[in-house]
Design a binder for this molecule. Structure first.
Ligand code: NAG
Ligand code: NAG
Ligand code: NAG
Ligand code: NAG
Length: 359
């Protein structure tokens, strides 16, 4: 937004206009074309986006600071850039508050030449409560407003790995899916509520992940509304005890009614994990049951850690469902987490991007 002050004798006129920051005015036009296959990337800021594989990216959800250079570049590649939308759910039970929030987001998208919004609400909501209905209304009204005000824009909504009230997020998934362009399924943090043994496990085991999609599809949600989200990060757990057969027991950290959770671990980027594996005690191991890679390492204090993560092999096992079930596409949390800097990491980074589309 450029503000021009014009002084005419003693009167001050304020003229505001949205000036396109791109080389060419055309690049400020919202993307209109629809591509068959979505590759949906979350970006959390800085300039890693320069190293993304733009021949496959279709949408970037900009969760970092606004970067007009990213917008111009994405548009030059025919890719959308969408805003982040988060709101405290109790506030939007009030219809006036809801409309005000939507109006603000539409105006922000217009002034920043963006192509829609990704609504990321991860609050606990009780089925049938006023919040439950308000959230559904928020998605429906946001989609109507964005489509009307920014033709071709996209409205997406982030959902947990399964529709069965994960982390007490009991939303009206069916109506929400009908009311927006796509659901980004966050198939990760699947150990946020550990009900069995309190042990380190995979972030997104293959069978558990696939079960989540079957549940969404059983609700008769159109597969073309579902984008599979895979993690480009893993969890580093400090083992309280490592049993002879490699089971790592972890501290009990309760979450939303479960006695243990992945909050006992620390989230680590794929880039960090690939460095750490070189100084591990075990090298890369593969768990047959969860179909995920992991390794153990000893820290400087001599304590043992177990790291669970995803790599091209585990991602491919999940991504094959995108093809067999005809889902809308795939994406990841998040694009920044690979090593785009070290020459020696080039292949590992390329393989992670490629695993999204060829398996
Ligand atoms: C409306 O939203 C504001 C914050 O934007 C909040 O302070 C207020 O309590 C909300 N009103 C209602 C009725 O929820
Ligand atoms: C801890 O690990 C040791 C070594 O494998 C094993 O003998 C012991 O049973 C474990 N203790 C617990 C409480 O799991
Ligand atoms: C890890 O070791 C492998 C093989 O020794 C090497 O190719 C790779 O560059 C190393 N990676 C890092 C991040 O140090
Ligand atoms: C980008 O992805 C496409 C499709 O997987 C692949 O053919 C191409 O080699 C990739 N480009 C780079 C620079 O890795």
């Amino acid at each position: 937004m450029l503000t021009i002050f014009i002084l005419i004798s003693t009167t001050v006129l304020v003229v505001t206009a949205d000036i396109c920051p791109c080389e060419s005015q055309d690049l400020c036009q919202p993307i209109q074309q629809e591509r068959d296959f979505e590759v949906f990337v979350f970006d959390v800021g800085r300039k890693a986006w320069r190293s993304y594989n733009w021949s496959i990216v279709t949408t970037v959800a900009a969760f970092g600071k606004y970067d007009s250079e990213l917008m111009c570049y994405a548009h030059s590649k025919g890719a959308r850039v969408v805003l982040k939308g988060d709101v405290f759910v109790p506030y939007i039970v009030d219809p006036g508050n809801r409309t005000a929030w939507i109006t603000e987001k539409v105006n922000l998208a217009k002034t920043q030449f963006l192509d829609g919004i990704n609504i990321d609400i991860e609050h606990a909501v009780e089925a049938g409560s006023p919040e439950y209905h308000a959230l559904t209304a928020l998605v429906k009204e946001s989609t109507e407003a964005f489509h009307r005000e920014i033709p071709g824009s996209q409205v997406s909504f982030d959902v947990a790995w399964s529709p069965s009230c994960i982390d007490k997020r009991c939303y009206d998934y069916v109506t929400i899916a009908e009311s927006c362009d796509l659901l980004f399924v966050m198939s990760y943090d699947e150990q946020s509520q550990i009900l069995g043994d309190c042990i380190a496990m995979a972030n997104a085991p293959v069978s558990q992940t696939l079960k989540g999609y079957y549940q969404y599809l059983d609700l008769k949600i159109d597969p073309k509304k579902l984008v599979m989200g895979v993690p480009w990060y893993g969890y580093d757990y400090l083992c309280l005890n490592l049993s002879q057969d490699g089971v790592c027991s972890i501290e009990k950290v309760p979450f939303r009614g479960a006695p243990c959770s992945d909050a006992a671990g620390k989230q680590k980027t794929y880039s960090w994990i690939m460095k750490q594996i070189n100084s591990s005690m075990t090298g890369r191991l593969w768990d047959q049951r969860q179909q995920a890679p992991y390794f153990n390492y000893e820290d400087q204090k001599g304590q043992i850690h177990q790291v669970w993560y995803d790599d091209p092999d585990s991602i491919c096992l999940k991504a094959s469902l995108v093809k067999t079930k005809g889902l809308r596409g795939i994406g990841m949390w998040n694009g920044n987490l690979l090593n785009y800097i070290d020459e020696g990491a080039r292949q590992q980074t390329t393989m992670m991007w490629n695993a999204l589309v060829h398996c």
